[in-house]
Design a binder for this molecule. Sequence first.
Ligand code: CA
Ligand code: CA
Length: 143
Amino acid sequence: MTKFLSSVEEKSLIEAIGKAEDRTSGEIRVHLETKCSGEAYQRAIEIFYELKMNETKDQNGVLIYVSTEDHKLAIIGDHGINAVVPEGFWNETLQLMKMHFSAGQFCAGLVLAIEHAGEKLSNFFPYQNDDTDELSNEISFGR
Ligand code: CA
Ligand code: CA
């Protein structure tokens, strides 16, 4: 597998997640794996539970899922988010990411998606003084 992101790019993603989480109590994670045989959305739900992202206090974890060879993308949020945001809340963020992916700008697309997601989340889940980093900002890698 050719490397999808350089280590510098990986660092910039982790940094972007940290910055986004300085503004919101929501927890953002990125999961990358080579291929997705089915629907990206369904796969993202599986990963969400595998990573125990459903265990945050306010149920406000967000997963950005990417299969790096077939370029399937999904963004999903936990129940706490779905309960308060309008339908199609992630569509815009997803489109933004897709646009960059089709131009071959994978890292930029992911960074923008993280920033965008953080900004949107901050409206519903502002940063709390007692906020902790409930889910690691490290990128999670599948096969
Ligand atoms: Ca947090
Ligand atoms: Ca985090």
